[in-house]
Design a binder for this molecule. Structure first.
Ligand code: GRF
Length: 212
């Protein structure tokens, strides 16, 4: 059987950012785009929470925004189907999950395979899930960090694109470790999007190669 190979496009990309909260990763990407460091534009900011600070920031910036009220849909399938429709209508190249707190349905993930990325505040595959900074402290690991990965239906399991490690210190609290990791996230995520639209990410099975 021949292995399927995906190569990210070399083009000016149209990005959709999905968020549910603070939005600091979205802001980092937005800043990098404004600074001309990424060959892309933010064509949509989508949220499941109308009052999310990141969503309000996107509106202030005059970006195209979309809020869909989860309670207005009978189930997750129909909610995600509507998002998919909006994404297709806007000709989006890449979906960037930036603190989006809803699990995407398998069919959504499959439709946009290699076109959804996520950032996670731990060194996957260690500590998938939520509250992972506290879990890292409680486990006693000496290093934790951030991971950017492609999204597959199995949560936090997709091919890893970039990682950054930070030390876990003996007097760390969830807050201090989260802050140290977040600083790295704000470098790692814009860098990933940059590489993506330079056509430099190649996915072979579980492995992502960064092309010269
Ligand atoms: C980050 O820690 C990210 O790793 C996780 O959710 C948090 C989002 O933070 N997926 P922000 O909304 O980008 O500030």
């Amino acid at each position: 059987m021949t292995e399927e190979v995906f190569r990210s496009p070399n083009k000016r990309g149209r990005i959709a950012v999905f968020l549910s909260g603070r939005g600091s990763n979205f802001m980092a990407i937005h800043r990098a785009i404004e600074a001309g460091e990424i060959n892309a534009e933010i064509a949509l900011v989508f949220s499941n929470r109308k009052q999310a600070p990141g969503f309000l920031f996107a509106q202030e910036q005059g970006l195209d925004t979309l809020y869909l009220r989860p309670k207005g849909f009978p189930d997750r399938e129909s909610y995600d189907r509507e998002i998919a429709r909006e994404i297709r209508a806007r000709d989006i190249d890449l979906i960037v999950l930036a603190g989006y707190m809803r699990i995407l349905t398998a069919s959504f993930c499959q439709q946009f395979l290699n076109r959804i990325i996520n950032i996670h505040p731990a060194l996957l595959p260690s500590f998938p899930g939520l509250h992972v900074q506290q879990q890292a402290i409680d486990w006693g690991v000496r290093f934790s960090g951030a991971t950017v990965h492609f999204v597959v239906p199995e949560v936090d399991m997709g091919p890893i694109i970039l990682q950054a490690a930070v030390p876990v210190l003996q007097d760390d609290t969830e807050e201090t470790l989260s802050a140290r990791i977040l600083k790295e996230e704000h470098k790692l995520y814009p860098e990933t999007v940059r590489l993506y639209f330079e056509g430099r990410l190649e996915v072979r099975g579980r492995r992502v190669f960064i092309l010269e």
